[in-house]
Design a protein around this ligand. Sequence first.
Ligand code: CIR
Length: 264
Amino acid sequence: MAAMSHTFTHAITRAPGISVTKGLRAVDTGAPDLERFRAHHQDYVEVLRSTGAKVTVLEPLEDYPDAVFVEDTALCLPEGAIVMRPGAPSRLGEAAAMAPVLRKFYGDVLAIEGPGFIEGGDILTTEREILVGRSARTDGAGIEELRGLVSRWGYAVREVETPEGVLHFKTDCSLVDEETILATERLAASGCFEGYRVILTGEGEEAAANSIRFNDLMLVPAGFPKTAERLSNAGYEIREIGNSEAARLDGGMSCLSLRFSPAK
Ligand code: CIR
């Protein structure tokens, strides 16, 4: 294991395409507005860049409406990258499309071959371990295959449960620093963060749990003042980013990037 799990030299994002309006969603609250989505995405990329990281913005993949949510396609560790096998059939091809991009940054690009499934949104990498939430998209076989792959680099994988009805494990939590996790009360109540300091999202602000720590900044979706205040009071520097359109497709701050520091 190498490097701090919240400091990054690189990020990969993908601009939303026209087809993003057809992205998967648990509840239909209307298609996202493409122009607003693009504007939010640009703000997001600028904030990542403001920390000094090198941010790649890939071209839209119109055949894959959810391709803007690049996080689900790979797990990027300092030692190498692992291409995921998304549990959503419409998203399988997105992972394959990410493999050649990752090879530009890494000597070692491995892949989950199946039969299991696993999506990056279910994986929280901390300083001590890799937590993977079993979910509608990630099954036990996918987690076992990941465990086998990352053991060569000395990582321990711990399987945990994603709350019922929640898309991904990280829909409900994010890493804040080496010992701190931001989480919803419903997820923290499961006890899976024992040994970590937990900051809970504000009442009625569960959607703020999908934030990201990126170098010196905490990127938090706009519109969750209680959670932003809690983080700010705890000493973290907040940047609020509009997320109304990604949220229509169950997406948040983590889903929009792969964040990594390849060990050269
Ligand atoms: C999906 O259902 O796959 C997309 N509409 C949202 C993916 C969000 N990704 C993430 O939480 N990592």
